[in-house]
Design a protein around this ligand. Sequence first.
Ligand code: NAD
Length: 486
Amino acid sequence: MGAQQTFRLFINGEWVEPSKGGYAVVNPATEQVVGEAPEAGVDQVNDAAAAARDAFPAWSRTPPGERAEALQRLADVFERRIPDLVPLVQAETGATMRVAKTLQVTQCADRFRRYARLANENHDIPLPPSVMPNTALAKGGLIGAVVARQPVGVVACITPYNFPLTNMAGKVAPALAMGNTVVVKPAPQDPLAILRFAEAAEEAGLPPGVFNVVTGSGAEAGQALVEADIDMVSFTGSTPVGQRIAETAGRGMKRLLLELGGKGAGIVFDDADVAGAVAGIGSSWSFHSGQICTAPTRVIAHRDVHDELVDKLAAYAKFLKVGDPLADDTIVGPVITELQRDRVESLLDTGRQDGAEFVAGGVRPDLDSGFYVAPTLLTGVKNEWRVAQEEFFGPVVVVETFEDEDEAVALANGTPFGLYDYVWSADSVRAYRVARQLRSGNVGINTVQRNHEAPFGGFKLSGVGRDGGVFGLHAYSELQSIVFPS
Ligand code: NAD
C-alpha cells in the first residue's frame, strides 16, 4: 500500500483539496504510513453540511423506488471495487485478512442492498378511523389519519475506527433510503477506504450533495459537524464523546442516534455447555483483537463452573497466535494505535494493583513492530474494580464469580453500560428469565451470533435509539400524523 495514493474531501459531488493539508494514516501492524488523509477546515465541514442541505429537497422527493435503484447501483459499483479496497482497509485497520475480507468489506455492500430493498417498501402506518364528537374546535364525525414517515433532513454520520466501512454503511444506507442526505465524518485512524467508497458513490451517480465525506485528525471536524446546520447526528463511538455530542446537539434539538460503549457481561451457569461458552467468550480475543463493543469481556461465572471455565479459557487464550495480520495463521492482530495499546496496558495495571490474577497474557508481545496486546485473562476480579467497570476495547477478558441467579443479575447490571450481555445455560427457561432482567439492549442466549434484522442499541450509558433491520430505517425518520375526515 503506497503512500503515493491521494485522498481528498468529497463535498457536493466534487473532490476538494483540504484547506488544512493532510495527516498520516499509519498501519497498526507495520507502523508504516498507509496514506495521507485530508485535514478539513471548519469552513469545509460547513460547506459539506450546506451541500447536503441544498440536496435534501430533491433527494427527499425522489420516488423511493429510484432511491432504491441508486443504492443498488452503489452496492454494485462498490462490490466491483472490493479487490482494491480489501488491502487498503486491512492496512489502515490492522485487521486480519479474514476480518478484512468479510466484516470490513462485504458487510458494507450487504447493508446497502438491505436498505435498497427496504427503501422500496411503504413504511407509513394507517390508523383506524376515530369517532370524534362535535367540539368547540370542529364538527364531529369519522376522522381518519395516516402516520407518514418523513426523512429527518441532513444527517451527520460520525463513525468509529473498528469497522470503518461497515459502520458507515449501517448509517448511510438507511439514512439515504429514507430520503435524508448525509455528511460522513470517519474516524481519524482509518478514513481512507471511506474516501475510496465516495468514488463509488460518484460512479453510481448519486446526485451532488447527497453523500459527502469530511475527515480530520482530531476532534475538530466532528465537533464542527455537530454544530453545523444539520438535523440529526448518528454517532457510533465512545460514551464520553457521545455525551459531549448530546450536550451540543441538545441546544439545537438535533435528533440523536447514539451507539456507545459496552462492557458485555457473559453469565455462565453451572449447567452451561462450557466449550460453547469458551468459544463465545474467546471471540473477545480472536475477533478483531477485541475491538468490538458487543464482546462478552466480563465473565460472571457460577462458582461451581468457575475453575473448569477459567482453565479452558486460559488454554484457549494461549493457543491464539498473535502477530502479522497478513499471515494465514494469525488470529490476533494489533490494536489500532500506540495510544490505544497504552490505554489497555494502563487499565491492566489498575487490575494488577487491585490484586487480579493474570491467568493468561498481561505481557506485551515481543514483536518487531506494531501495537500488540496479548490475549489476557484476569480472574478474582471484583465488580467495583476499574477492570470490571471500564471498557478495554482490546483482547482482555475479566472473570467474576457468583453463587445465585439474583447475584448474577446484580453483577451483570452493575456497570454504567448496557449494550450486549450473554447468558450460557442448558436451562432455556432460566436463561430467558435472566435475559429479561438484564438492563441491556441486546442479550445473546448460548450464542454470540447476531441477528441483523433485530434492533441494536444500548440501555444506560451505552446509547440512545436503535439501528439494525427495519428499525435502522425508522431511526432516520420523523413521524408525521396526517389527519382527514373519512
Ligand atoms: P471515539 O469516541 O474516540 O471516536 C468516534 C468518532 O467520534 C470519531 O470519528 C472521532 O473523530 C469523533 N469525535 C471525537 N471527538 C468528537 C467530538 N467532540 N465531537 C464530534 N465527534 C467527535 O471512538 P473510537 O475510539 O473511534 O471507537 C471506540 C469506541 O466506540 C468504543 O467505546 C466502542 O465501544 C464504541 N463502539 C460502539 C459501537 C456500538 O454500536 N455501540 C460500535 C463500535 C464501537
